[in-house]
Design a binder for this molecule. Structure first.
Ligand code: DNO
Length: 359
């Protein structure tokens, strides 16, 4: 496995490449061009320059998270084909620069949603949390303000202010889009980009919906094993795969993560490993990565990745905000570094025990 940390780029992230390279075992970053609107093709020069910057610190760009898919594609608006052309240009330029992993999501209007970005925990840290009852009381037109005001002044991934200034119009676009239509639109998009992905060997890794159920009445389809299997059957290419995000898929306690990992195998292009604690129905809080701190068995999850021979990039995911750090909620340095150390430890133990068994 290759261990990575998500980095939002100079000017957007307060964490530096210098700090990231000091986390044991981390050999690369997962990054993006954070300021490019989803509709636009990424300029080749910008890709080259961020790659040179990362490599200057002895790190590698192990993948992009995200090349965002515009709502015009998700909702099949008239500009969809033009947006797909631009998406393909971005893929070609990434391929030219030997960047071969692209994480994206197919959630309408909003990316991940939380009801609280800094919920105090018993240990004195704060963490991201979700409570459906609280979400049900929020006017969807005001959710951007709620997320933005808790962001500590950072621009949150998937919550671009320019785009979300038009929340009402964005909702309008989806008035006739149900789960089935969204699925069709996703298949249309993937079929259009697959030939370019195959040409350059780019793995498209869809991020599961977070949480895995409909929020504000919008459709959501990347939610469980059954839906994923259907997607991989509809667009049958080795480049069509998933970002196995344990926290997102794991928001639904019905999703048996080690089982999903074992059955999806080579469809897993990228992994986000984090823990969460169920606190009620459709209610959870994010916890430290350690299994005992949450409801997910992180050892069982890492063992499943080991057993399928997973050799793609891994990253610790959202952390708590600890030790007084002023951080983007979920993306501070300290708790993600602790998470990375823990994942390293599990991996070393699992692989050494396995090797001893075979001696
Ligand atoms: C949030 C992230 C998401 C993810 C996108 C991928 O912390 O997990 O914003 O990056 O959904 O496109």
């Amino acid at each position: 496995m290759k261990l990575a940390l998500r980095w939002f780029g100079t000017g957007f992230d307060n964490i530096t490449l210098e700090q990231i390279r000091q986390i044991p075992g981390v050999t690369g970053v997962i990054t993006t061009l954070y300021d490019i609107p989803a509709e636009d093709a990424w300029p080749l020069e910008r890709i080259r320059s961020i790659k040179a910057e990362v490599e200057g610190f002895g790190l590698e760009i192990l993948g992009v998270e995200s090349v965002n898919v515009p709502d015009a594609i998700k909702a099949a608006l008239p500009e969809r084909d033009l947006c797909i052309e631009n998406y393909i240009k971005t893929l070609e330029r990434l391929g030219t620069c030997n960047i071969r992993l692209v994480c994206y999501n197919f959630m309408p209007v909003f990316d991940w949603v939380r009801s609280d970005l800094a919920k105090p925990r018993e240990d004195g840290a704060t963490a991201l949390a979700y409570d459906q009852e609280v979400i049900d009381r929020i006017d969807p037109m005001r959710i951007f303000n709620a997320m933005d005001s808790g962001s500590n002044g950072f621009r949150l991934p998937g919550w671009e202010p320019e785009r979300l200034a038009h929340t009402r119009e964005l909702f309008e676009n989806y008035k006739d889009v149900d789960n089935e239509k969204l699925f069709e639109n996703m298949v249309y998009f993937l079929k259009a980009v697959m030939p370019t992905c195959e040409k350059y060997g780019i793995k498209m890794a869809v991020h599961p919906d977070d949480p895995t159920w409909s929020v504000f009445g919008l459709p959501r389809i990347v939610t469980n094993h059954e839906n994923l299997a259907r997607l991989f059957e509809a667009v049958d290419s080795p480049c069509n795969g998933i970002t196995l995000c344990t926290g997102s898929l794991g928001s639904d306690p019905e999703n048996n993560l080690p089982h999903i990992i074992r059955s999806l195998k080579e469809k897993i292009h990228f992994a986000h490993v984090r823990n969460l604690k169920y606190t009620g129905l459709r209610k959870f809080e994010e916890s430290a990565h350690l299994s005992a701190d949450g409801s997910l068995d992180i050892f069982g999850i890492m063992k499943a990745f080991y057993d399928i021979g997973f050799d793609g990039p891994f990253r610790p995911d959202h952390g708590r905000t600890i030790w007084g750090e002023k951080a983007m909620p979920g993306y501070g340095l300290f708790d993600r570094a602790l998470g990375a150390a823990y994942l390293n430890g599990l991996w070393e133990a699992i692989s050494k025990i396995d090797k001893q068994k075979n001696m």
